[in-house]
Design a protein around this ligand. Sequence first.
Ligand code: TYD
Length: 134
Amino acid sequence: MDCMAKIVNLPKIFDKRGNLSFIEGRNHLPFEIRRTYWIYDVPGGEVRGGHAYRENEEFVVALSGSFDVVLHNGVQQRRFSLNRSYYGLYIPKMTWRTLENFSTNALALVLSSTVYDPEDYIRTFDEFIAEMHG
Ligand code: TYD
């Protein structure tokens, strides 16, 4: 199991009728897809996320527009700018993550390894650091 956050390039089928990309769970992601959700209509300046998951892994794609995903692994912070629909960001479990700097009409697709479980959330950065290092 790959446990580093990383950009994953997806297949691109160029076509003069319009381009096509796809994601296959086992082929492109290091987890089985159990849930899909998307974030849209984000007002300018708003920030989503601001939590970590104990078990859930994610893959985030900017299907439209652009936004930044800011990750902290307990040691260092990294910012990834997503602005094309033919690549995405893999986010391992136990990663503090926020989504910010959304453009107008940004559409964030999120594929998840678990179904929604509020108990899986770590909701404060202090608790995240404590769980990481404790
Ligand atoms: P949350 O994950 O807290 O979003 P963000 O961190 O971007 O603010 O989810 C916001 C609300 O949506 C919260 O009430 C839980 C609900 N929700 C679901 O019911 N199912 C889901 O799959 C997700 C991601 C959220």
